[in-house]
Design a protein around this ligand. Structure first.
Ligand code: ADP
Ligand code: MG
Length: 586
């Protein structure tokens, strides 16, 4: 709880001001029934119309003051709570950005969204309610009870006798509801993830005419979600009607007993008195209902807090490393028996031992699922090897925080994201470079033609996730973005796959010039790309099958030869195919 509300300090003066205004407004509300008793007893019953006018004018003034106080209190309090909500969301987002990739995967994007938006909102809603309701509750309860006692201890006693019943109702209804909320919130996360995936893949859904199937899936998930929400809500929603019923029975009794008392000779109880007691009962009823509402919200509030706290206290991926030392790589990379497992059982990558010299261009080639992108993940510090070590120069990178590792790497991931915004922003997100620099990387990234075509130039607006770009254009924007970052090592994970051969060859030419002296790792499916590199690493089923130059590999590596022949259009003779197969099995 402290973790969540630690940012609220700076809003405390405003919250206190709102609280004081709320207290004053409650005092106004409490004064009204007493004034009304005067109107009935001293004015109407005594036939003194002057008194009635005067008292009514005072009551009107008190009411206006009450409204003004409520409005200002609400404004101040709400502003503070909304500002706090804003801070909370920003804090959560900041934490998520630094969360280890594994944690992000654990929560899922759907879960992270609900936690940082819905859960944060509900926490602030409840905090706002506490502020506005809690200020008035003690005053209405205490003042209401005292004043009701002064008018008639007997009638007030009836009310007090019913109060424990309401407390019991609140207690019984609120018991154990948190587990329903826990399930409900998990279902909401799941629902979000599902809808998000379907919406981002909406074209696939349409292309395969799968709308009814997908709708049915969402329908099932929604039904599960609503069931758990209904279960959670059912009990808390019962509190208000049952309490209301009990208190209404109390009111009826008060009216009946009050009327009977008034008919007795020598009674001190007046009609105004009974009316005032009923007013106070109303006030106390509202107070108790507010408390019960608040208590019924506690289980869900606790669940919301726990979920947000998990994010706020999540591990920072850069924590726990020896600090104070920068990782300055010269561009050389060494893999020493590197292996990695995503799930804990079975290695997606194993026994990779190789060396790439500073300034070399190395190609990673191999079938899909052979572990190339996994190795890129490790190089970017998104995960640490399960086995073995990766060295930049003579430094084992696992000793450094990911932020240091990434200072040395500029990477285009296989499925890289283009953000919405202007073309310039999507290449230079931080706005730290000049327009000329951005134009120059776009030109090297082979986006020159595109840039010239568009009237808006660098200000051309990209749709959500670059929706108004073709696959190849998206890749080129990502490549340009990577070129803008200065680092000793550049990685292009299958980044040229959507480029035609001519564009790719121009791009490679530009890279050669721009990245002269830098290390380049190019993951590719094309032998035509790989053969121009200084070194080729051939991957097969998570293992490094061979390392060498094109000519050597054609001679010595059956798999590489197979890939080469399948792409050069020459095809394998039956004998060669058998030989290749045989060699691979060995
Ligand atoms: P490549 O890039 O060579 O096509 P990857 O490195 O992406 O291959 O994948 C290697 C293996 O790791 C594959 O068998 C794949 O199923 C598995 N894998 C890849 N990404 C994940 C992931 N996020 N979680 C679990 N397994 C994964
Ligand atoms: Mg890959």
């Amino acid at each position: 709880m402290r973790e969540i509300f630690k940012g609220i300090k700076k809003y405390i003066p405003r919250l206190i001001a709102a609280y004081i205004l709320e207290v004053l407004s409650t005092l106004c509300a409490v004064a009204l029934p007493t004034l009304m008793t005067g109107v009935v007893d001293n004015g109407i019953n005594a036939g003194d119309m002057q008194y009635v006018y005067k008292a009514c004018a005072i009551m009107a003034a008190v009411t206006v003051l009450d409204v003004a106080l409520i409005v200002f209190s609400y404004k101040l309090g709400n502003e503070a709570i909304i500002a706090f909500n804003h801070d909370l969301r920003v804090r959560i987002f900041g934490k998520v950005l630094k969360m280890p990739a594994k944690e992000v995967k654990k929560y899922g994007v759907g879960g992270l969204l609900t936690r940082s938006l819905d859960d944060a909102d509900r926490i602030c809603d409840v905090a706002g309610t506490v502020l506005s309701v809690m200020a008035s509750i003690p005053i209405t309860l205490i003042a209401g009870t005292v004043l009701a006692f002064r008018k008639s201890p007997l009638l007030a006693g009836i009310l007090l006798a019913f109060t424990p019943i309401v407390v019991l109702v609140v207690f019984l209804c609120g018991r154990n509801t948190h587990k329903h909320w826990h399930i409900a919130d998990e279902e909401i996360d799941r629902q979000n993830t599902l809808i998000r995936a379907r919406l981002s893949g909406i074209r696939v859904v349409r292309a395969f005419n799968q709308e009814p199937t997908e709708q049915a899936k969402i329908e099932r998930a929604t039904r599960r979600m609503s069931k758990s929400i209904v279960r959670g809500n059912m009990r808390s929603e019962l509190v208000a009607p049952i309490s209301m019923f009990v208190l209404n029975v109390a009111t009826v009794l008060i009216v009946a007993v009050g009327a009977q008392q008034m008919t007795k000779p020598n009674t001190l109880l007046t009609a105004g008195g009974v009316l005032a007691v009923i007013e106070y009962v109303g006030m106390i009823t509202t107070g108790i209902l507010n408390v019960s509402y608040f208590l019924s919200e506690i289980p869900r509030f606790r669940t919301n807090c726990r979920r947000v706290k998990e994010l706020l206290t999540a591990k920072d991926e850069n924590e726990g490393f020896v600090r104070g030392e920068e990782l300055k790589a010269d561009g050389s990379i060494r893999f020493e028996n590197v292996g990695f497992s995503y799930t804990g059982d079975g290695l997606a990558l194993s026994g990779v031992t190789a060396e790439i010299g500073a300034g070399e261009t190395a190609a990673f080639i191999g079938g899909t699922g052979s572990g190339k992108s996994t190795l890129v993940r490790l190089l970017c510090g998104l995960d640490t090897p399960t086995e073995g070590k990766i060295f930049f120069g003579d430094k084992d990178i696992s000793a450094y925080p990911p932020v240091e590792i990434r200072k040395n790497i500029s990477c285009v991931r296989q499925r890289d994201a283009v953000f919405s915004g202007t073309l310039k922003n999507s290449v230079d997100g931080a706005g730290a470079h000049t327009e000329d620099e951005v134009r120059s990387v776009l030109a090297d990234g082979q986006m020159q033609g595109f840039l010239e075509e568009k009237e808006e130039g660098l200000e051309y607006a990209l749709g959500e996730r670059g929706s108004n770009l073709s696959g190849g254009q998206k890749q080129r924007v990502c490549i340009s973005r990577a070129l803008l970052k200065d680092a000793p090592i550049y990685i292009f994970d299958d980044s040229f796959s959507a480029l035609d051969f001519l564009t790719e060859s121009r791009l490679r030419g530009a890279l050669k010039k721009r990245l002269a002296g830098k290390t380049q790792l190019i993951v590719t499916q094309r032998v035509s790309t790989a053969r121009t590199c200084d070194k080729i690493l051939v991957f097969d089923g998570g293992k490094l099958a061979a390392v060498g130059k094109h000519e050597e590999l054609v001679k010595n590596c059956a798999l590489y030869r197979e890939i080469h022949l399948s792409q050069s259009g020459e095809g394998l003779t039956e004998a060669e195919e058998t030989e290749a197969e045989y060699e691979r099995e060995e």
